[in-house]
Design a protein around this ligand. Structure first.
Ligand SMILES: CC(C)(COP(=O)(O)OP(=O)(O)OC[C@H]1O[C@@H](n2cnc3c(N)ncnc32)[C@H](O)[C@@H]1OP(=O)(O)O)[C@@H](O)C(=O)NCCC(=O)NCCS
Length: 328
């Protein structure tokens, strides 16, 4: 009898643009202060991509690192998924731009996935399903964002929060290793008016519009109120689906939106902060790229070792939420 196919994690990678935008820089642009931003969000700085450096370029650099880490060649990928809310263009997909940049000639299908800040967890779910159904064997899953290109730099409530970056993971079919133990996803479209990016969408078509439609709109306080309970719910569900307990998880990797959200989630879950990964101070919120870049950093800095269990937890526009329990 054939053994059950599991989803093995072969490698991870990440990439951040070189340019750093500090809170001190923002003080020169808007009426704000480093102290306000740090105490309300935990963010000290974020990375900003260049004009001629699209999302697919960040995705490419993160992917190359993940492929090297996995020890496989680009030609061995048979599906590319990019989770992003800031694509290079509306069409073609950013995944197709990445396909070209990687020089693939093997016709590997490639598509973008839209679930905002939960995009990487949605991507893990899709990749696991593709692999374990036997449809695809080796998947490159990327979370890549350039949120600074969709900011209203006069809106101090929002522009202080976001940054740019990309992370990638290579997942493969395996009869020996099953590294993705569980996934839980959720959504509630009735909150779609609280955090959105109209840019170029058919619901906001207006030939007379200026750049107004091109920037993220958010009611931060309302988003905060939903983020905490939904992240706790997602974390509990994924944990119970994995048949593990809180004490079994070495490191919790929550979506890096805001330090206060992260601390509130940890407190509600009854987890001490030394078991929670945080890098929001140097990245800001990079949406679909947060959990994968944080995972990559946790592995590369030794906070996660082979065999450890980690739980990734996310929440974002939609609203969408999700969590996954993985074994390194
Ligand atoms: C956006 C957020 C940081 C604002 O923090 P807050 O404590 O809710 O602050 P408030 O909105 O109540 O604003 C308090 C005051 O600070 C002001 N303020 C807002 N942004 C400011 C800034 N960058 N600098 C200085 N003052 C600012 C407000 O105008 C307000 O002033 P007022 O009382 O005179 O009107 C917070 O709501 C948040 O983090 N929300 C979640 C957003 C998020 O993470 N979204 C993505 C989820 S995926």
């Amino acid at each position: 009898m054939n053994k059950k196919i599991g989803t093995e994690i072969l490698g991870t990678g990440s990439y951040f643009p070189k340019k750093v935008l500090t809170n001190a820089d923002l003080e020169k642009m808007i009426d704000t202060s480093d102290e306000w931003i740090r105490t309300r969000t935990g963010i000290k700085e974020r990375r900003v991509s260049e004009k001629n450096e699209p999302t697919s370029e960040l995705a490419y650099k993160a992917s190359i690192e993940a492929l090297e880490d996995a020890g496989i060649l680009p030609e061995q990928i048979d599906l590319i998924i990019i989770a992003t809310m800031t694509p290079d263009m509306l069409v073609p997909s950013t995944a197709c731009f990445l396909h070209k940049r990687l020089g693939l000639t093997n016709s590997a299908p490639s598509f973008d996935l839209s679930a905002a800040c939960s995009g990487f967890i949605y991507g893990i779910s899709a990749a696991k399903a593709f692999i374990e159904s036997g449809l695809y064997k080796t998947i490159l899953l990327v979370g890549a964002e350039e949120l600074t290109k969709f900011m209203d730099w006069t809106d101090r409530n929002t522009c202080i929060l976001f940054g740019d970056g990309a992370g990638a993971i290579v997942l493969s079919a395996s009869e020996e290793n099953d590294n993705v133990l569980s996934v839980f996803l959720g959504a509630d479209g009735s909150y779609s008016n609280l955090l959105f990016l109209p840019a170029c969408g058919t619901a906001c078509y207006d030939p007379a519009d200026d750049m107004n439609g091109h920037t993220i709109k958010m009611q931060g306080k309302e988003v905060f109120k939903s983020a905490v309970p939904k992240m706790v719910l997602a974390a509990e569900k994924a944990l119970s689906f994995s048949k593990k307990e809180l004490k079994d998880i070495k490191l919790f990797i929550p979506h890096q939106a805001n330090m206060r959200i992260i601390e509130a989630v940890a407190k509600k879950m009854g987890v001490s902060m030394d078991r929670v990964f945080v890098n929001v101070h140097k990245t800001g919120n990079i949406s679909a790229a947060t959990t994968i870049t944080a995972l990559d950093e946790a592995i590369k800095t030794g906070r996660l070792q082979k065999g450890d269990l980690a739980e990734l937890i996310a929440f974002g526009s939609g609203f969408t939420w999700g969590a996954t329990v993985i074994r390194i």
